[in-house]
Design a protein around this ligand. Sequence first.
Ligand code: AMP
Length: 589
Amino acid sequence: MDNNLILGIDLGTTNSLVGVVDAGFPILLADKNGERSTPSVVHYGSGGHITVGTAARRQQVLDSARTVFSVKRLIGRRPGESDWEPPYDLRVLGTTPSKVSAEILKHLKQVAEDSLGQNVSRAVITVPAFFNDAQRAATKHAAELAGLSVDRILAEPTAAALAYGLDQLGERKRVAVYDFGGGTFDISILEMRDGVFQVLSTAGDTQLGGDDIDAALVRYLKSKRDWTAAEDVAQDAAWTEAAERAKRQLSTHDSVEVILPFIDGSHSFHVVVERAELEQMARPFVDRTIKHCQRALHDAKLNVEDLDEVILVGGSTRMPLVRQRVRDAFKTEPNLSQNPDEAVAKGAVIQAGILSGALRQMILLDVTPLSLGIETFGGLMNIIIPRNSTIPCKAGEMFTNAVAGQESMLIRVLQGERELAKDNWELGRVEVPFPSGAKGTARVGVQFSIDADGILSVLARDTATGKDTVLEIQNTAVDVDDSRVEEMINASVEHALDDMNERIWTEAKMKSEELLAAVDEALPLVGDAVDTGAIRRASSAVREILEAELHDATALKRANATLDDVTQSLAVLLVERAMEEALDRKLGL
Ligand code: AMP
């Protein structure tokens, strides 16, 4: 038995889901009927028998006074505080919103235990971002009544963002979570700060959802009856069920037939509804959601252009009209990669997996926590795979020899964010042989690849001989202790200016050395043909800065530029001379 197991639970207004991380993957658990979604409905039978879920929902029409639904609208609120008046009386039923929620949670706990074959006593539970302390505390209390200790209460939009993998987007990235369910609409704007999502703003309407669209469709269908009928609660349930089913079908079909045989015992109903007709009925409700989106953006002091991603949550976002309006309002394609009904639950499971350690490896292996590279000329760090790259990944670069006659190159594999090789960590080293030649003639391709298990392979290929040298580094490339990553990043920020100056200095110094060597070689050849005074002056200016204690990168770059300038005539002259000589040789002079 695994005592560290933590359930992830989406305790929804209409439906609830439960899941767990299994073998490194977040999965949602199904009940004995194969259903992953449990209606958040509890029926209190007159004999004291309590049923939950689908069985309870069946009682809604037959025994409406004893069937409790949407209790999430009441939890943590004083009587009369909610803007919703339920058609049942909890006091008469001898219960409270927390106790009702506890029944739902008990049921979910049982579904999980049956499926896993073991007891579980810990959970992460999601709540709307706008839930206040009392509502959160009451939810926690409900879990305790159900025999679950709560490891974390998680905001629903944050859970959804986790399910969409948006925690990998990086710092300061902003996400809009558009959540349109059966009875409620929520919009949340999140920003990633220090690795966690902060809720910048939320807006919404607790009385706006797919149910409103169903009701509008019921009114429309009833208006198409060719007989007059009195109101009938039992019949209404059948109308609503038919309307909801038609609405769902219209998300994927252009038209649908609604057939209700002998709906009142003597009349049958048959009509065809087009998607365009449904959209006309739904438009006012969808428009209201868009107004809330604008409000949330305004509250977060952002424009749509400031958002990096828009994600859709809740069954009603399956409607093409909803997707279209969201696309238009946010001027971007919403991310549809997750199942909108399950995203919140999946996020709760992921959070539970992180807390229990079941997902730690996967999370850590997901991206490179620090940059990977090799040491190059002058002791500089040359990054090949930057920090935060998603793995598996591959990248490479070509290197050459720095000096003539060199027969091999030492490749030092480094990890870290500092500009100088010596300040980074060495993960390994390998000597790559190549045929000796003039400076810059060797061609060694270096490729880094990290596989899904976090193993870094460094392959160095001498392109002249085709010979490969391979170095394999176990997952130190990705599996680094958080505190060490933080230390390295802090150091790179702290030393950013000095490091950068040192890099520029080193690069300028290499340029100086190249120029001085060329000048020293050329000057004896040209004699008095050019004004060597200026060249000598410029060379000694460069040497002076090189020898100074102070690594003045800017001054060195300027001196290099002057030397480069005054040697132009020298270069031109040398080329001319060489051509003359070649011509003479050709003419036999
Ligand atoms: P939720 O509260 O997220 O479970 O969403 C439930 C709402 O989503 C209900 O109003 C459903 O009618 C609606 N819904 C589910 N699937 C679809 C669909 N395919 N098209 C339109 N609405 C849907």
